[in-house]
Design a protein around this ligand. Structure first.
Ligand code: NAD
Ligand code: UFG
Length: 345
């Protein structure tokens, strides 16, 4: 049996490929490479010494998705594929509803028709909107405040309805907090297109000299140093969370929601300082306007995942900074463009 990873060539998907292959799983990746490069999967094979099947295709293309299910004995799906940039979703909401929602509907329809009912879905802490208090537990009210977040919230609702209609489905909704870091080897990592939106890749590009300085979005939040607080989680811990979630999803049919975070928040300036001490690089910065829609503080209570999945984040902020930097200096231009030459890597 095999596990299908939609969007498996992306940042979180590629690291999860490594953890699944290391756990002895057969894997199949479907990705249209709209925000990733095939090189990532070649490096997954280098790291693990194991092969994987790759389909270069779009989730919206029903025939391609069906072909994946016809040609492989899929036991479960981890559904990463989607667009993820908040600002872009505000500018072009239709693209986000089309890709994230319609793509998910095609996938779920085909899973149903092939009788594949095990699913792990990449949701996000963004569904909590601006939380009234922290830490955030899974039963906090949800209320995303931008189109990207609403696609996540809507897909969660669709999946809850699917489960109500047929309790043989086994569905795990993983609400990630802020992924950071890279594989220890420095061979795979986050490779954003253009100027990064997120803090850690932005800091990395300042460190390597591609960007002049970090712009800190506001320093008058009600937090100890006035800058925004987030729950940064090492991408390898997140990847391991998928292995644990998958085990539970396959063996105990139900619908469950888990926060994947560390439970500890760091401010923008704390992260900047941690990066400087972990890497020896100085990050020049200035304080600018707040970014609209940003919460003052957002961090998880991850105790449900700890209890029910026997999972917890093991790596701290120093490792996230060190591993992000290691990836960045080994790959200053990100992944190089390589040709698609095969369907097996
Ligand atoms: P990513 O962009 O690196 O990976 C997503 C992958 O999906 C890419 O490889 C892209 O090419 C592919 N893709 C997009 N649309 C597709 C389509 N229609 N058909 C086939 N492939 C398609 O993003 P990531 O950071 O690895 O995030 C993975 C998932 O986790 C996403 O669903 C994202 O919304 C969610 N998430 C990410 C974060 C984060 O900060 N990185 C936080 C919370 C949730
Ligand atoms: N920040 C800056 N300067 C920057 C970038 C970010 O000061 O150049 C600050 C933000 O104001 C915030 C913190 O750094 O306080 C983190 O910002 P990110 O953009 O890295 O992360 P967010 O928490 O805003 O959002 C990210 C993803 C969302 C996801 C959310 C929770 O972009 O899609 O994490 O998982 F939903």
């Amino acid at each position: 049996m095999a596990i299908l990873l939609t969007g498996g060539a992306g940042y979180i998907g590629s690291h999860t490929c490594v953890e699944l292959l290391n756990a002895g799983q057969e894997i199949v990746v479907l990705d249209n490479l709209s925000n990733s490069k095939i090189e990532a999967l070649k490096r997954v094979s280098e790291i693990t010494g194991k092969g994987l099947a790759f389909y270069h295709g779009d989730l919206l293309d029903k025939e391609t998705v069906e072909k994946v299910f016809i040609q492989n004995p899929i036991e479960a799906v981890i559904h990463f594929a989607g667009f993820k940039a908040v600002g872009e979703s505000v500018e072009n909401p239709l693209a986000y509803y089309q890709n994230n929602i319609s793509g998910s509907l095609v996938l779920f329809e085909i899973m149903k028709s092939f009788g594949v009912k095990n699913l792990v879905f990449s949701s996000s802490a963004t569904v909590y909107g601006i939380p009234e208090t922290v830490p955030i537990t899974e039963d906090f009210p949800i209320g995303a405040i931008n189109p990207y977040g609403r696609t996540k919230q809507m897909i969660e609702e669709i999946l809850k309805d699917i489960f109500i209609s047929d309790p043989e489905w086994s569905i795990t909704l993983l609400r990630y907090f802020n992924p950071a870091g890279a594989h220890l080897s420095g061979k795979i990592g986050e490779d954003p297109k253009g100027i990064p939106n997120n803090l850690m890749p932005y800091i990395q590009q300042v460190a390597i000299g591609k960007l002049d300085e970090l712009k800190v979005f506001g320093n008058d939040y009600p937090t100890p140093d006035g800058t925004g607080i987030r729950d940064y989680i090492h991408v390898m811990d997140l990847a391991n969370g998928h292995v644990k979630a998958l085990e539970k999803t396959i063996h105990r049919p139900s619908l469950n929601i888990y926060n994947l975070g560390t439970g500890t928040g760091y401010s923008v300036l704390e992260l900047k300082n941690a990066f400087e001490s972990a890497t020896g690089q100085i990050i020049p910065y200035s304080i600018t306007e707040k970014r609209p829609g940003d919460a003052a503080a957002c961090f998880a209570d991850p105790s449900k995942a700890q209890r029910e999945l026997e999972w917890q984040a093991l790596r701290g902020i120093e490792e996230m900074c060190r591993d992000s930097w290691n990836w960045q200096i080994n790959n200053p231009e990100g992944y190089k463009e390589t040709k698609l030459t095969a369907e097996v890597y």
